[in-house]
Design a protein around this ligand. Structure first.
Ligand code: ASP
Length: 483
């Protein structure tokens, strides 16, 4: 018998029945029965039980010191388990590693919470979990969430690539965009007193990529919004962001349906999509029937494997506000860059002409479409306005002067005067989608390093103070608020 010196993954142990192998990983559980010491080992591919027999003196000595979560390299012989010890529903339940030697690669203090096989850490206080996120991530459930998230992202990339999309990165240090949330801002050292903003979404860049001739763009895009956090919100989150040229609403909706159906059928075969094609409901009907613009249309809410996708369309473009620019009473409901529905473009362009035309503003519908899943909004997009006069009109209704639009969005207007094709897109709230696919109660469970509800990273301890020198360079003085 030739000993295997290279590392064998635990999932492959059975193929080496009767042979000596070497595995590397963590000790999940150790049961010291005096003469026999049992240990369960874990690597990224699974679990295997090992046993140290009384005659393996050296291994016995090391084995009596080793504890849970120590990192070890173990050499042993793969034996079939005696009939009475077989556990048919467990991985490697019919084999056992007869441990011949153990090398300790790293010791571990007693873990602050139990992450042994099958333990659901959702029962542990979340602050403790977040402070020791790397431990939490080692647990089975979070390993599965993170690995499935990778698989879904990979499938999306592959499918979009097949559809001739290209992935393009857009800047993180950018300029404030009007997405309706507060910006995170970053001070400039070279231009003291000036600030970058972190992107709330790549909206303007992706539209400018259409001007650039990309035609089919996507990005797994990190977005930052300084909002008060809620269960399904985080200060930073991930969008699957797309934009296409020369398309109509139906093209984008059909492509997105296809993607979502492929994800479910390929990676979640145990789940059932309630209705294909996905039903479409107008905003008005959604409010009337479900009192919500993200209706939960599930026919059975008890079924954890039922996925009820639904499109919501025909949203009003504008809504009343008491905080409008220059005293305007209007703001946008979704996205100021959206186009009005074709049949309402005349109403849009006539706004401001006379009181009669102004009455129509609230009736103008946008080309926006949102997609919901089991009562959560998981995405939204629109056909955009690629005509500079129409975009100016939208901002005019919201009280912006021509000069202020030119100043803030001059680059968009300029681009729209330089051969921008008609275009539209969508962005998915990827964390929410993953949360629902993984049957998790909140998005923190599917994000590797999430922040608390108060926006803190308890593991890195951020936000944190910076040195006086850093502040001096930026020309910033911090006034401590009196308590
Ligand atoms: N940028 C939009 C958002 O973040 C999505 C889109 O219209 O493509 O909601």
């Amino acid at each position: 018998m030739q000993p295997t010196t290279t590392r064998t993954y635990i999932k492959d142990a059975k193929a080496h029945l009767g042979q000596e192998i070497s595995i590397s990983g963590w000790v999940s559980i150790r049961r010291d029965q005096g003469k026999l010491i049992f240990m369960d080992f874990r690597d990224r591919t699974g679990y295997i039980q090992g046993v140290i027999l009384p005659n393996a003196t050296e291994a016995h000595e090391v084995g009596s010191k080793v504890r849970s979560e120590w990192v070890v390299k173990v050499t042993g012989k793969v034996n079939a388990r005696p009939e009475r010890n077989i556990q048919p529903d467990k991985q490697n339940g019919d084999i056992e590693l007869e441990i011949l030697s153990i090398t300790v690669l790293n010791e571990s203090e007693t873990p602050v919470f139990d992450i042994s096989q099958g333990i659901d850490t959702r029962n542990v206080g979340e602050d403790v979990r977040l402070e020791h996120r790397y431990l939490d991530l080692r647990s089975d459930r979070l390993q599965k969430n993170i690995r499935m998230r990778h698989k879904v992202t990979k499938l999306i990339r592959d499918l979009l690539d097949e559809q001739e999309f290209i992935e393009i990165e857009t800047p993180i240090l950018t300029k404030s965009t009007p997405e309706g949330a507060r910006d995170y801002i970053v001070p400039s050292r070279l231009d003291r007193g000036l600030f970058y903003a972190l992107p709330q979404s790549p909206q303007q860049y992706k539209q400018l990529l259409m001007t650039s001739g990309a035609e089919r763009y996507f990005q797994v895009a990190r977005c930052m919004r300084d909002e008060d956090t809620r269960g399904d919100r985080q200060p930073e989150f991930t969008q699957i962001d797309m934009e296409m040229s020369f398309v109509e609403q139906n093209d984008i909706m059909a492509l997105n349906e296809k993607l979502l159906i492929e994800i479910v059928t390929k990676l979640y075969p145990e789940k059932r999509i309630q209705e294909i094609p996905f039903p479409r409901i107008t905003y008005k009907d959604a409010i009337e029937k479900y009192s919500s613009d993200r209706p939960d249309v599930r026919e059975n809410k008890e079924d954890p494997n039922l996925l009820a996708f639904c499109w919501v369309i025909d949203f009003p473009f504008f809504e009343k506000t008491d905080k409008g620019e220059n005293g305007s009473t209007w703001t946008f409901t979704h996205n100021p860059f959206s186009g009005a529905k074709a049949e309402h473009e005349e109403w849009l362009m006539n706004a401001g002409k006379d009181a009669e035309s102004d009455k129509k503003i609230g009736d103008i519908l946008t080309s926006q479409y949102d997609i919901t899943l089991n009562g959560y909004e998981i995405g939204g997009g629109s056909i955009r306005n690629h005509n500079p006069e129409k975009l100016l009109k939208v901002f005019e209704i919201m009280g912006y002067t021509r000069e202020s639009v030119e100043q803030n969005f001059g680059h968009m207007l300029k681009a729209f005067r330089l051969g921008t094709p008609p275009h539209g897109g969508i962005a998915w709230g990827f964390d929410r989608l993953m949360m629902l696919l993984q049957n998790e109660p909140n998005i923190r469970e599917v994000i590797a390093f999430p922040k608390t509800g108060e926006g803190r990273d308890l593991m890195m301890n951020s936000p944190a103070e910076v040195s006086g020198e850093q502040l001096r360079e930026l020309g910033i003085q911090v006034k401590k608020l009196e308590k």
